[in-house]
Design a protein around this ligand. Structure first.
Ligand code: HEM
Ligand code: HEM
Length: 158
């Protein structure tokens, strides 16, 4: 058996970082974005809480995109192959989606700096983003489900 110097089985000592790595990846990088989106929306009436969750949300969206650099890079690459009209549509859709996420953050910061709501359309842009998130969730439902299942059931966290 694999023993530690103190005689304890090595498998019983699992660090917090290691435990985090064993969790399904969607629990770490995808579902928290959804949770914060809903929380941020629910907290609109409490200005400071809405701002705090809004800033955290912007950070988490950054993490969400950084965990899939190849997919994000592919969206900005030109595809000259025939029959790539569907790909072009997908790229356009994701372009609008990413622009809406950036606009939500920038207009939120402008609201924070005191610009009146009628000049920045922050509420409208943010609701547009929420709608696009619903479309995104529908289009990635299968990979999301796959990411929610543990990679190796034998290594599941107890
Ligand atoms: C404003 C919020 C969000 C933005 C801007 C965003 C953006 C993106 C982008 C650009 C991609 C790569 C697209 C591609 O496949 O080419 C992606 C993939 C993905 N997103 Fe999001 N996302 C957001 C929210 C969410 C949420 C809330 C979830 C789930 C709870 C989610 C789950 C996923 C998954 C599972 C993939 C991988 C899809 C695949 O492997 O084909 N995203 N996201
Ligand atoms: C789920 C995403 C979000 C939704 C649905 C949302 C919605 C709203 C709405 C409806 C308002 C009131 C109208 C207005 O003052 O323009 C508002 C205000 C505000 N939002 Fe957001 N927002 C979101 C994300 C964010 C983010 C990411 C930030 C910061 C980066 C932010 C910062 C602010 C600020 C500072 C205000 C003004 C608060 C006040 O003076 O009462 N919001 N938001």
């Amino acid at each position: 058996m694999n023993l530690h110097p103190g005689g304890m089985p090595a498998t019983t000592r699992v660090g917090r970082g290691e435990r985090l790595r064993r969790l399904p990846p969607a629990l770490v990088t995808d579902l928290p974005v959804l949770g914060l989106l809903v929380l941020c929306w629910l907290l609109v009436p409490i200005a400071w809480a809405h701002l705090a969750t809004g800033l955290a949300l912007a950070g988490l969206i950054g993490v969400h995109l950084r965990t899939r650099p190849r997919q994000v890079a592919r969206l900005s690459r030109r595809d000259r192959r025939p029959g790539s009209a569907r790909q072009a549509g997908r790229r356009l859709g994701y372009g609008v989606f990413l622009a809406a996420a950036a606009a939500m953050t920038v207009t939120g910061l402008l609201r924070w700096s005191g610009v009146p709501p009628q000049y920045v359309w922050h509420g409208g842009i943010s609701y547009l983003l929420l709608t696009l998130v619903v479309v995104h969730l529908w289009s990635i439902r299968r990979p999301l489900w796959a990411r929610l299942r543990p990679r190796d059931p034998a290594r599941r966290c107890r």
